[in-house]
Write a protein that binds this ligand. Structure first.
Ligand SMILES: Cc1ncc(COP(=O)(O)O)c(C=O)c1O
Length: 369
């Protein structure tokens, strides 16, 4: 039996008729960009997040960089971001010419609040929190820190659709919540897409103007903007998926609960959800010092795994210019060597999961390396 690290076809088949009907209706409508599907999706996603405003954009990266642009953060400014995030979080900062300052993670793969204070400088303008792997970060200490120091707070929720902390949705704790609808995400589209959540209509309007060449009215360009629109087809498909998001997240949670209960190996560290949070298990990520041997052993048994992520952003070639040496973020760098994402996609069967669990529990270093 071959078990893929991830597969999206099973989630598609689950609601195939609804997706196909929604897509067909857009194709037949003659309205493909900035239409009623987008408007409805924005309203429905904002309502799902508990109110406020949502603006659809072309990708999660766009949501990030346009956010920092509209907050006026650029050259000479610093943004604190966790070291163990996906590189797009960092690009959202650096595309604007600002400098990322990396914080180490805590035991939940989240930003370590205790590590923030020493990173402050007179140039610090914002904190960017990533709810990595669908694991919600405890937000109150970070909200307090930002308030105390007059900093903007931006949340990268690309992996956190449906996450909550004490019942409040990820993305709504600070100034802007940034979402990606890349197909693998919990609320994934069938192509690229993204959105921001903001509290105020005024800021939402700025995003709406910016995403459409900076124009409020056709051919009247107020600012130099971008072409970053969530198209009608993706919006219609996302509306279908949004209706099922809680059920889809519940399936991820069932899969995770079984892994947590049944994986039992002295070399494997299981993920730890922070108290009071709803973890939507975008990825189920274990830690193992013998990670490469474990991944190779699983591969031999037909079990696919992934590493999120094999290179920490501060050591990526793109960021050589930051001159951050290897060894400067020991916790982040240790995770790069140890994390392994197990198959946990929608539609993973109980039998497939049993195969993964048995294989991991049978892993033996003596035999296998
Ligand atoms: C944490 C994080 N931030 C940002 C992004 C960027 O999103 P996108 O691929 O839609 O640009 C992703 C996903 O790719 C992500 O996982």
């Amino acid at each position: 039996m071959e078990i893929y690290a991830n597969r999206l076809d099973r989630a598609y088949h689950l609601y195939q008729a609804e997706y196909e009907q929604a897509a067909l209706s857009v194709l037949r409508s003659g309205q493909y960009v900035l239409g009623t599907e987008l408007r409805h999706f924005e309203e429905e996603f904002a309502a799902y997040l508990g109110g406020g405003e949502c603006v659809g954009l072309a990708s999660g990266l766009d949501a990030l960089w346009i956010s920092f642009r509209l907050l006026g953060i650029g050259k000479g400014d610093e943004v604190i971001v966790q070291g163990n995030t996906y590189i797009a979080s960092v690009m959202g900062i650096t595309i604007n010419g600002a400098t990322p300052v990396f914080a180490e993670p805590d035991m939940h793969y989240a930003m370590n609040t205790a590590a923030l204070e020493p990173l402050l400088t007179p140039r610090t303008k914002a904190v960017l929190v990533t709810h990595l792997y669908g694991m919600m970060t405890k937000m109150q200490p970070i909200v307090d820190f930002c308030r105390k120091h007059g900093l903007y707070l931006v949340e990268d929720c690309a992996q956190a659709h449906g996450c909550t902390d004490e019942g409040k949705a990820a993305g709504t704790f600070g100034d802007i919540g940034c979402f990606s609808f890349y197909p693998t995400k919990n609320l994934g589209a069938f192509g690229d897409g993204g959105a921001v959540w903001v509290a105020s209509k005024e800021l939402a309007e700025k995003f709406r103007v910016f995403r459409n060449y900076g124009s409020e009215k056709k051919y009247h360009n107020r600012v130099q903007g971008a072409n970053s629109r969530l198209d009608e087809l993706q919006a219609a498909l996302l509306r279908v998926k949004l209706r099922h998001l809680d059920a889809l997240n519940a399936e991820k949670q069932r899969i995770a609960a079984r892994y947590l209960k049944e994986i039992n190996h002295p070399l494997v560290r299981l993920p730890l959800t922070a108290l009071g949070t709803n973890n939507v298990w975008h990825q189920f990520v274990i830690g193992c010092k013998q990670r490469d041997a474990l991944a190779a052993y699983l591969k031999e048994r037909g079990i696919g795994t992934e590493i999120h992520y094999p290179i920490a952003p501060h050591l990526a070639e793109a960021y050589r210019y930051l001159n951050i040496e290897k060894g400067s973020l020991p916790k982040t760098e240790a995770l790069v060597e140890q994390v392994l994402s197990l198959p946990s996609y929608i539609g993973l069967t109980a039998e497939e999961q049993s195969v993964v669990i048995c294989a991991i529990n049978d892993f033996s270093l003596e035999k296998d390396i």
